[in-house]
Ligand binder design. Structure first.
Ligand SMILES: Cc1ncc(COP(=O)(O)O)c(C=O)c1O
Length: 357
């Protein structure tokens, strides 16, 4: 069997959740959309089911998969419903779609009148300008839901600077949000990982941590380890083969790397189809046989190559970590000009091994 696999440490997931809990203090929806950011939504949801207060997913399909897997906790659909049929299904499966447009609000009002009405989450646009109601529209909407007997109303927002840690960028949207909910008596949900870790003023009733549960840095490398978060995913393999090339010979597609000396080249069976980025530059660190060695040559669909010249002790069959404890995802993402979010979500082909370490 091809040795490339994605190892997911569910004990670390629970550890990271407890850190989110310590920071936030309120109720937490564990965000498991996009297959738990590539970590496996069902396994992660089961691992958190006795500690989380609920789960957040992007789509109805993701929510249904959790229900079919026996997850009974509240599930919030962050993108809401796309049609009346969606709305009927979400209610039938006891899921909570976020309401972010007028037509969704009308449909929800029509479908959920009465004191037994399920909770309604209403999205307020505080500057992202993607989804949600203008802050000044909130009071009238809340009044209409209240008139129908809806008791649990949660006003939520998602900060435009949610994927970074620049707390002052959150001051103005937070002020807008506070103004919008003043006197309404609604519950609130504002903070994702970055805000949970770095902006306590925004915590509200419900936190929505995603990335931090997976032990990853919301912004620049270093924040997650300082907060005591541990990476949950590692992308692993084994050294498949090696060969020696002469100075002047090249490796891989497009001869991107040409040796300037006699070089020992190692081949690792992991490529961009496994989620390892094709754009990784020459010299990107790869952990092989206990040592960091540089990536050389173009990452191809199923394989990549490393320079083992300075690592004479490394042998075929040695363990490889493409990312994880030795090569932090955030460092790799930083090198590539992207974020940890994108890398882990792309790790798809290699089989996942969920472990409780
Ligand atoms: C609405 C919403 N809330 C919470 C989150 C979780 O964010 P993070 O992964 O940064 O914690 C996301 C993720 O994109 C989101 O879209």
């Amino acid at each position: 069997m091809r040795p490339t696999h994605i190892r997911i440490d569910l004990t670390r997931l629970r550890h990271n959740f407890s850190i989110a809990r310590q920071h936030h203090g309120g109720r937490l929806l564990a965000v498991v959309k996009a297959d738990a950011y590539g970590h496996g939504a069902i396994a992660c949801a089961h691992a958190l089911a006795d500690v989380a207060d609920g789960f957040a997913v992007a789509t109805l399909e993701e929510g249904l998969a959790l229900r079919q897997a026996g997850i009974a906790l509240p599930i919030v659909l962050l993108e809401g419903c796309f049609s009346p049929e969606d709305r009927a299904l979400t209610l039938a499966h006891d899921m909570t779609p976020v309401v972010h447009t007028a037509w969704q609000a009308e449909q929800m009002l029509a479908a959920t009148a009465g004191a037994q009405a399920p909770p309604v989450w209403i999205k307020v646009d505080t500057g992202m300008h993607r989804l949600g109601f203008a802050p000044e529209a909130l009071p009238a909407l809340v009044r209409r839901f209240r008139q129908q007997g809806q008791r649990t109303l949660v006003a939520m927002t998602h900060f435009a600077h949610a994927d970074g840690l620049s707390p002052h960028a959150l001051d103005a949207p937070l002020a807008l949000f506070r103004q919008a909910i003043a006197g309404l008596g609604v519950e609130t949900s504002l903070s994702n990982s970055g805000a949970i870790l770095g902006y306590p003023q925004s915590h509200g009733d419900w936190g929505r941590p995603g990335l931090m549960l997976y032990g990853l840095d919301p912004a620049s490398p270093g924040i997650a380890p300082r907060a005591g978060l541990l990476p949950v995913m590692s992308l692993r393999s084994r050294l498949m083969t090696e060969r020696t090339i002469a100075a002047g010979e090249s490796v891989g597609y497009g001869a991107l790397f040409t040796a300037t000396r006699r070089s020992r080249i190692g081949v690792i069976p992991c490529g961009y189809a496994d989620g390892y980025p094709r754009t990784a530059p020459q010299g990107t660190p790869v952990h092989v046989g206990g040592q960091i060695v540089p990536l050389v040559g173009r990452v191809s669909m199923d394989m990549l190559t490393v320079d083992l010249t300075e690592a004479p002790g490394v042998q075929v069959g040695d363990a490889v970590e493409l990312w994880g404890d030795q090569v932090p995802v955030a460092t790799l993402a930083h090198t590539l000009g992207t974020l940890s979010y994108e890398l882990v979500c792309q790790a798809r082909r290699a089989p996942r091994q969920h472990i409780h370490a």
